[in-house]
Design a protein around this ligand. Sequence first.
Ligand SMILES: *[C@@H]1O[C@H](CO)[C@@H](O)[C@H](O)[C@H]1NC(C)=O
Ligand SMILES: *[C@@H]1O[C@H](CO)[C@@H](O)[C@H](O)[C@H]1NC(C)=O
Ligand SMILES: *[C@@H]1O[C@H](CO)[C@@H](O)[C@H](O)[C@H]1NC(C)=O
Ligand SMILES: *[C@@H]1O[C@H](CO)[C@@H](O)[C@H](O)[C@H]1NC(C)=O
Ligand SMILES: *[C@@H]1O[C@H](CO)[C@@H](O)[C@H](O)[C@H]1NC(C)=O
Ligand SMILES: *[C@@H]1O[C@H](CO)[C@@H](O)[C@H](O)[C@H]1NC(C)=O
Length: 616
Amino acid sequence: MRATLFTSVASVLWTGSLTFASPTAKSADLASFISKEGQRSIVGISENLGGKGSKTPGTAAGLFIASPNMANPDYYYTWTRDSALTIKCLIDLFEISGGGYSISTKELETGIRNYVSSQAVLQNVSNPSGTLQDGSGLGEPKFEIDLNPFSGSWGRPQRDGPALRATAMITYADWLISHGQKSEAADIMWPIIANDLAYVGQYWNNTGFDLWEEVDGSSFFTLAVQHRALVQGSSLAQKLGKSCPACKSQAPQILCFLQSFWNGKYITANINLDTSRSGIDLNSILGSIHTFDPEAACDDSTFQPCSARALANHKVYVDSFRSIYKINAGIREGSAANVGRYPEDVYQGGNPWYLATLAAAELLYDALYQWNKIGKLDVTATSLAFFEDFDASVKKGSYSAHSSTYKTLTSAIRAYADGFLTLVQEYTPSNGSLAEQYNRNTSVPLSANDLTWSYASFITAVQRRSSIVPASWGEKSANAVPTTCSASPVTGTYQAVASAFPTSTGCVPATDVVPITFYLIENTFYGENVYMTGNVSALGNWDTSNGFPLTANLYTETDNLWFASVELIAAGTPFEYKYYKVEPNGTVIWESGDNRVYVAPTGCPIQPNQHDVWRS
Ligand SMILES: *[C@@H]1O[C@H](CO)[C@@H](O)[C@H](O)[C@H]1NC(C)=O
Ligand SMILES: *[C@@H]1O[C@H](CO)[C@@H](O)[C@H](O)[C@H]1NC(C)=O
Ligand SMILES: *[C@@H]1O[C@H](CO)[C@@H](O)[C@H](O)[C@H]1NC(C)=O
Ligand SMILES: *[C@@H]1O[C@H](CO)[C@@H](O)[C@H](O)[C@H]1NC(C)=O
Ligand SMILES: *[C@@H]1O[C@H](CO)[C@@H](O)[C@H](O)[C@H]1NC(C)=O
Ligand SMILES: *[C@@H]1O[C@H](CO)[C@@H](O)[C@H](O)[C@H]1NC(C)=O
């Protein structure tokens, strides 16, 4: 059964032999929950992976959908960030032969290679953030599941995606090198990675939208993962005899800028923007855990999980949710609480997220790993309040692993970390599905179901709990902060990658909705807008006040291109449509001729699109 994970066999395996006990009995056994939910998470991720995943009709091989949820909210897209974090989790598992989960290294590697190939294609897809030519298109946060650009308005660009993708790919490239496949790393992986590194080197000092896609500024998470990517990029370039000048010159400058996010009490998530928010945000917790280096000391400069800054920040972050969520009522400081993105969050009512509560645990497991490795733990003025939650009489000082203070503190902190997992256990439905959020009042799962990122977060958290850690990224030689910060980003060069790994599987036939991208060539003037409508509700049923808007985001002087990515048309549906323009004064101008006819494709419709020219 292990041979075919990315098929429905995996879900048979799940529903067959791994059913959960009743809610009451399950809370009795955290260890058993961890093992079952870990396997459930592997299945959840696999089902959301295009190629063979059972929940991804119409999705290109190697693309992860964020969630199978197609409405309220519609997450049936692929996000660069979520996908990169998820594949990194799978690459780390691949390197340890599946880490004890029921998944073969062959299935893992197929998924990894399909991912790499799909990203090579996406890098070259012109989109509303721009194109590959000057790198700008790499900042596009999400795409249609068939490799077409997403035409709707969005918080773009987001600059963490290329960095996270580079880190994931470098991890796999390093594995190839150490397993006698250096030429694949050099010839196939490097050109893709080099584009992302060039992007980071060129754009890190520009503002962009944060990982929650809401505010445009400078984001801690983005810069932290950018710093890491350039450090890793520099070392990969060296191993392959390639060059990455921006990696070497820009990494220290990013680290320098990162220091300004520490406000003396906690890490403020975003700067260079106007906001009334506190800046207390999961953004910073994620920044620490995704730049965790198992070989690092408790360095404040890189905000390592065991650093005084990260611990102080963890306390401020967790405490900020104690009084605002009803389900946290009565949970005192030092006991695990349900946590969300940031205290001021109102999205879907502002709730705890599974991946947040899991990240709060993961950071502590990371810190425990580091203290154990280093053989001591320091309590400083900055971290004192954090430690006092576990021993009210603790004093500033350095405690060796043999001291009783060390033992008291670390065992209390481990119990604290387990407390976060116990909350997740309590609020996971009996079928093991992890949604995006759970209700702040009632704990009922909420928002998108089966969120890929929730599952990946579960796996990384419980792996760290078992002291299974990813490879070092070289923090030790990259934690020195320059004395003065300067910013002189390097203009990159970018190249489309024609062929990556052969994609070994096709798509799952679309049985549900098919996203179709319509391209229209028409010379328009500023203020004139283009729409389409037709005899399906997705196109507004011939109502010109309810038509589907095309975007001019790809429109240039020489290429008068409008486009729209239309979702929610069932595969096989024949429909009629026509384009129209709305003049600045509101007048509607129809194109001439008969209604156009299109049949939403069935079968394997990767990149279904239609190219039209306005009929005047
Ligand atoms: C650019 O870098 C400088 C130097 O670190 C910093 O002061 C500035 O805020 C940065 N701006 C952006 C938008 O990143
Ligand atoms: C939680 O309860 C409050 C008070 O009754 C209510 O205003 C809010 O909408 C509820 N939030 C959610 C996410 O259900
Ligand atoms: C799992 O259970 C939840 C809560 O009962 C439900 O909403 C969800 O649809 C179920 N998921 C699956 C994949 O059956
Ligand atoms: C990259 O995109 C451009 C513009 O769409 C296209 O002309 C070119 O053929 C693409 N290159 C590759 C290698 O796919
Ligand atoms: C829409 O138009 C197509 C093509 O003419 C036709 O086959 C289909 O039945 C129409 N749909 C509706 C809902 O009228
Ligand atoms: C609206 O603008 C169009 C040109 O854009 C013009 O032809 C038309 O006469 C105008 N209609 C009215 C009612 O002003």
